[in-house]
Write a protein that binds this ligand. Sequence first.
Ligand SMILES: Cc1cc2nc3c(=O)[nH]c(=O)nc-3n(C[C@H](O)[C@H](O)[C@H](O)COP(=O)(O)O)c2cc1C
Length: 303
Amino acid sequence: MADLSVDIGKLHLKNPVMPASGTYGYGPEFDNFYDVSRLGAIVTKACTSKHREGNRYPRMAETPMGMLNSVGLQNKGVDYFVESIYPAISHYDTHIIVNVSDSTVEGYVEVARKLNTLEKVSAIELNISCPNVKEGGMAFGTSCPMAGAVTNEVRKVYEKTMIVKLSPNVTNIAEIACAVEDEGADAVSLINTLLGMAIDAEKRRPVLSTVTGGLSGPAVKPVALRMVWQVAKAVKIPVIGMGGISSATDAVEFMLAGATAIQVGTANFVDPMACINIIDGLDQYLDRYTFKSARELIGALQD
Ligand SMILES: Cc1cc2nc3c(=O)[nH]c(=O)nc-3n(C[C@H](O)[C@H](O)[C@H](O)COP(=O)(O)O)c2cc1C
């Protein structure tokens, strides 16, 4: 049996598979399906400085091989997370990574400072790439100075592993990755959703209340794979790849392109066992090709 473990910043993950933020809840939602502690890590839904209602319905639309969402960072705020959610998930025998979002730099800093005190939260994932909020969100992730500035400010208050989650809605994603690496990010994760739109021809109206939303699922996989490959060549820090991963083969492809670990998003809605099937499938792949460690796959793409 191969060694599935990988390292991201100060984190030693038992395997490289984790759910993607916003597609998994917090962990207990999956207790009836499998032992959540088998995951490399849990990545939570976005956590903001204040309670957020999210956007008006409708905020989901099915698309060919994917979906559009405009949930808009709905959550009850960091204080609620600390008091009510953290105690309910801190027993899991795996890392907890909290996805941090906000509309202002001060908001990101406030959330990070509060999470820094929680022993069982081993890392934050700074979401500077949400396409579904009016202020902040993706704006931070689409300019090098802004991405660098928010990373720099959060770095001052957050001592543990800081992952920065990048937006694909840019011309040169490697440039943004280098900007956050320079300001102290321990790892980058990508991609967040691609900005898209759906129209109801019968009603002659947009499907989503926000008109535009974020596209995810298998439809975005080739774009995500290309971006992971480009970013992995540009930075020295680990890359966490995601975007349309729904099988172990997909996961292997992202690792070959340079990802150290991967996240599984929309596939959790199709099959709640997706993450576990990917862990098992990865193990079988490594055995089949007599690899001793999952780490041998990272960036091992041949010409
Ligand atoms: C319903 C939904 C909610 C999401 N919420 C968040 C979020 O709160 N924070 C975040 O960083 N990404 C969020 N995402 C983006 C995913 O984490 C992931 O980056 C994206 O969906 C691409 O992966 P996938 O194709 O495997 O779904 C959300 C995606 C979906 C579909």
